[in-house]
Design a binder for this molecule. Structure first.
Ligand SMILES: Nc1ncnc2c1ncn2[C@@H]1O[C@H](COP(=O)(O)OP(=O)(O)OP(=O)(O)O)[C@@H](O)[C@H]1O
Length: 236
């Protein structure tokens, strides 16, 4: 199996003058190519902290983080940004599209800042392909404010895909959507995974967490897989 992400004994401690908070405790986690992993747990259990570290937006206090075999636990800010831009696509609860740009240009934006420049033709083909994946080609020249919330989230997914990341990090993707639009967005994510995209999603919604093939729980900074836990039988 090709591992995309590997966390080994990873911990994060936040320190203030009065208080130490152990937000993540000795996390071991491997995400392989093609996996679909959900992480859920109550408020304050460490979900955002874990996503920030996986997205190289924050660094662990101890332990190691590998992306495609490279130790990225202690990179400089510039090096972290480079790995993030090349390897990781983000989907947030808020769609974060730029209102002044068309759908097409929003999706193309990461390619314009990418280290490897593409020809206009290659860029057009890639953006069109990504819009096809999320069923949004027919709205390519619209502006985000002319779209429904669910459509905006699908455009945000296309934008996250465009630079061909090794991993999509998904944070509460349906948090701002009604249930019908939320279901459509989840269907898009499921289809992308079936076509080979590796997904790691944080969600409060147990119904959506259940759609992932591997369902992990975080509790008070500790990660576990309920499916692997043996249930003690009680003799009666
Ligand atoms: N910058 C920080 N400084 C100090 N403590 C922090 C900081 N960020 C998070 N924490 C603490 O770390 C713990 C985990 O927080 P985190 O935001 O990761 O939880 P969460 O599961 O994402 O919560 P929610 O679902 O409410 O967003 C909490 O106890 C929180 O108070």
């Amino acid at each position: 199996m090709d591992s995309i992400i590997k966390l080994s004994q990873l911990s994060k401690v936040f320190e203030t003058e009065e208080l130490q908070t152990h937000a993540l405790k000795d996390i071991n986690l491997t995400i392989n190519k093609g996996d679909y992993v959900s992480i859920s747990g109550p408020s304050g259990c460490g979900k955002s902290t874990l996503l920030s570290i996986l997205g190289l937006l924050d660094m662990p206090t101890s332990g190691q983080y590998f992306v495609e075999g490279r130790d990225v636990s202690q990179l400089s800010l510039d090096e972290a940004a480079e790995v993030r831009n090349e390897k990781i696509g983000f989907i947030f609860q808020s769609f974060n599209l730029i209102d002044e740009l068309s759908v097409f240009d929003n999706v193309a934006l990461p390619l314009r800042y990418h280290r490897e420049k593409q020809s206009d033709q290659a860029m057009k083909e890639r953006v069109t392909w990504c819009l096809e994946q999320v069923g949004m080609t027919h709205r390519a020249s619209h502006k985000p404010n002319q779209l429904s919330g669910g459509q905006q989230q699908r455009v945000a997914i296309a934008r996250a895909l465009v630079a061909d990341p090794a991993l999509l990090l998904v944070d509460e993707p349906t948090g701002n959507l009604d249930s019908k639009s939320g279901d459509m967005v989840m269907d898009v994510l499921e289809r992308l995974n079936k076509n080979g995209t590796t997904l790691c999603m944080v969600t409060h919604d147990p119904r959506y967490a259940d759609m992932a093939r591997t369902q992990l729980k975080l509790s008070d900074g500790v990660i576990f897989n309920p499916a692997n836990m043996t249930q003690q039988k009680v003799a009666v």
